[in-house]
Design a protein around this ligand. Structure first.
Ligand code: HAM
Length: 412
């Protein structure tokens, strides 16, 4: 085949390239997340994408570690994993500096994470995930704050309470329900995995009965603390909270409240993100337990949500003005003018192509740039510039010093 030795331009399966328009959406999502997290007093941190594999072996959960991690040997024979999530990394960082950090400690980060999954709507092999976690608060206030924060981020994106639902459950209550069944650890695990996948399984009851040896009595899943949490959240203004006794969440480290935010529109009926309380994760570093609650909010599911609910902002490039050059000899003048306008704070690009002016304008328009300025002999001589708004077609003649103010006034 002729193209045999040609490389594909496709990205690796399940990861995305971000051209400027996608990057704009990504930045909008990150900026919104960041703004709300900081409003609640969360401080940004970061860590490397590489972690020693054993970090995930103790408490992440079998399915993720054995089937979904990208793990390899480095040249020194150490097993390394691309992080599938951030929680073990942040726990490691908190454990490492526990004495120097002050509690309650509120941290956020927007890392990318890798999971070897079958790519499908809402699930890819690389995603970014806002992580907000609060350390050092054992009481329900922290659960309330984290769920409130999650809800406020949804609202900052323009979502209404009726668009989504916060489903909560409690790992401890679930554990008690399981012990009441008197199952072996292995059987209990099987049942937990089954319950976690309940929505995707048609013969759930049959399979549950096969594990239990009798039909599953749903009343064992009642959770006595739910009302307290629901009331506290309601007092904080969060009313769309429901108890979902089947909510498990995949990680082994959760110890108390777990929650998931669901899109309840018929077109995108799915989990958007989730989190929970994990009071014992620092144990894996040989440390005393430290109460912690947090969540991870993915960019892929958030983008789908915003698309479904028509909440994505219209694309606006960061470039304010595009200078088209009529004759090649004026390129130098265009560069000088561009530099002056940049000093006014404008973001300016210059066309060096010497194409027909119509084509240069088209190039600006294709990039979504709002304003163009065409520079030729007349403009160089008169030092008067016509700035054209490509959206309205309107043209305004200005001195160099007036260009910045004019464009700012138009953009508002
Ligand atoms: P998780 O439920 O595995 O939790 O992931 C959190 C969110 O990240 C998901 O609800 C989804 O929005 C997004 N996400 C996860 N995997 C993928 C994927 N393959 N493709 C696209 N998006 C994905 C955790 O990771 C916990 N560490 C969250 C946490 C923080 N709990 C306490 N603190």
């Amino acid at each position: 085949m002729a193209g045999k030795d040609k490389l594909s331009t496709d990205p690796y399966k399940g990861v995305r390239d971000f051209y400027p328009r996608e990057m704009f959406v990504q930045n909008y999502i990150f900026d919104t997340m960041r703004e709300v997290a900081e409003r609640y007093g969360y401080l940004e941190y970061s860590a490397s994408i590489l972690e020693p594999t054993e970090l995930y072996e103790a408490k992440t959960g079998e399915e993720i570690v054995e089937e979904q991690t990208y793990t390899f040997m480095d040249r020194g024979g150490r097993s390394v994993t691309l992080r599938p999530e951030m929680t073990p990394s942040v726990a490691r960082m908190v454990a490492a500096k526990r004495r120097e950090l002050s509690f309650p400690l509120r941290l956020y980060s927007i890392p990318n994470a890798f999971r070897y999954e079958r790519p499908q709507r809402g699930r890819l092999r690389e995603h970014w995930q806002l992580n907000c976690d609060i350390f050092g608060v054992a009481g329900i206030e922290a659960d309330v704050e984290i769920i409130l924060l999650a809800s406020q981020i949804m609202q900052a994106f323009g979502a209404k309470e009726r668009d989504f639902e916060i489903r909560v459950n409690n790992r401890r209550a679930l554990g008690e329900a399981f012990s009441s069944l008197g199952l072996s650890e292995e059987r209990a695990k099987e049942l937990r995995v089954l319950i976690d996948k309940k929505d995707k399984i048609d013969d759930f009851n049959v399979r549950a009965e096969a594990i239990l040896g009798k039909p599953l009595d749903p009343s064992i899943f009642n959770w006595s603390g739910f009302e307290e949490l629901q009331n506290a959240l309601s007092d904080a203004g969060v009313k769309n909270v429901v108890h979902n006794p089947e909510l498990v969440r995949g990680f082994d480290y959760y110890t108390g409240t777990v929650f998931e935010v669901f899109d309840i529109s018929p077109e995108n009926n799915r989990s958007l993100f989730g989190g929970g309380r994990y009071d014992n994760l620092l144990d894996i570093f040989g440390q005393e337990s430290l109460p912690a609650v947090g969540f991870g909010m993915g960019d892929v599911t958030m983008r789908d949500f915003l698309e479904t609910h028509k909440l994505l902002p219209e694309y606006v490039p960061t470039t304010d003005l595009y200078i088209c050059v009529l004759q090649n000899e004026h390129t130098g003048a265009a560069q000088t003018l561009a530099e002056k306008l940049r000093e006014q704070g404008l973001n300016v690009a210059v066309d060096y192509s010497a194409r027909k002016i119509g084509e240069q304008i088209k190039a600006a328009d294709k990039q979504g740039i709002r304003f163009v300025l065409c520079l030729g002999a007349d403009e160089v001589a008169s030092k008067k510039y016509k700035v054209k708004n490509l959206k309205t077609g309107e043209e305004t003649e200005l001195d160099e010093s007036g260009v910045g103010d004019f464009i700012w006034s138009q953009e508002i």
